[in-house]
Design a protein around this ligand. Sequence first.
Ligand code: AHR
Length: 489
Amino acid sequence: MKHFSMLINAKDKIAHIRPEIYGHFSEHLGRCIYNGIYVGENSSIPNVNGIRSDIVEAFKNIHLPVLRWPGGCFADEYHWKDGIGEKSGRRKMVNTNWGGVTEDNSFGTHEFMELCEQVGCQPYIAGNVGSGTVQELAEWVEYMTFDGVSPLADLRKENGREKPWSLKYLGIGNENWGCGGNMRPEYYADEYKRYQSFCKDYSGNHLFKIACGPSAGDYNWMEVMMKNLNKNHTRGIALHFYSIPDWDKKGLATEFNDEQYYTLLSTANFMEPLLTRHTEIMNRYDPKNEIGLVVDEWGCWFDVEPGTNPGFLYQQNTMRDAIVAALTLNIFNRHSKRVIMANLAQVVNVLQAIILTEGEKMVKTPTYHVFDLYKEHQDGEAVYCFCENTNMVDGKDTPMISSSASVKDGVMTITLANCSLEEDAEISCSIAGFQGTDVGARILTNEVHAFNDFDAPDKVKIEEYHADLNGDILTVTLPACSIVSITVR
Ligand code: AHR
């Protein structure tokens, strides 16, 4: 057992934790949409207008705040007009990025907006810059948001939606340095400005426009964006970072040794210096913090499960993924001054999914349970939280304890992960600037390879736990490989 001292100062506020930091991402990729979220109206699986009800319930339970769609790389080859109107008449296309399968466009704008309405989350639309036109994107915005008489608004009404939807988050392209057009940052910045100029605020709707940002540590891309874009037309810049230690040797989600586990953790922990450096660049150009950092793709990326389509990116999800999610969300909380949204890739059946499905069966992955444990942070005020630490592997960024804390409505939420595979941790935490008498705790813990499968859906699950509060000293023991959420009120 290792002992750690920790300090939380509720008077020392970092920033408001926007719920959107707990956001997700859904792409027309593999079984994320089709045979995942969307099963069609005639399915025997319980659904409302084709959208699986058990998935909607699961999303609601974690207060899923925002969902990005339709891609990813798919976004820059998606033509929204193919996905409206009578389903039988919708134009098919080839999904060239993801397995070359035929996309029948039966899930389009109306279906996505309905999904968001069922869940009660904000839609985040990623527009097509790579292979689309300015007019196409401008018309999509008008179609969705104009409350008046116009050819596009009339078309929406003909398609069954009288009132416009409210749309806040609009991404102008995706990975335009890669699958979204292989552009130079200078070229993209000009394209961004042209595209965004014609995406208007209609009928009281206010767009929050998000530019394509860098891949991981491409600091030059961020520099060029910040030099060329400003808060009058840009509210967010995206960042993509996946935890992949070696692209050619990703390995299976369920098969790894201790060394591979710690290597992955050190890759995931790179999120911290990455955010710090991008924030430093943004601070130079935007000291008033008016443009947010939107980490709209993050998560673990492994080899696909044996026997599944390599283009579908279907992977299992173990306690290792849960630890990565826990430490990453703690990093986002600590960086909530600049990080205003983050979207785990991806929500169902793809990469580090929170939900897996097989026919009518559905499982919540260990990563899902982390979002459940952390949901009380949403809309809280992140506060100073420091834990003494020890690196688990010399020379690798592998702190044993990950932590963050927030306060909301008189309740303090503290989330902790013990990332060690061997040693338990006893935490003794001084809490300053906050009076509490009641303490509650929940835990997610298991052997690091443990996962939930269709025959054993609850192998990894949240359980009630205990922590002690003595005056202003909180003590809790974290078993090896565990994630604990504590509330003090
Ligand atoms: O999430 C899978 C893919 O990863 C996305 O489509 C793309 O944006 C990224 O490269």
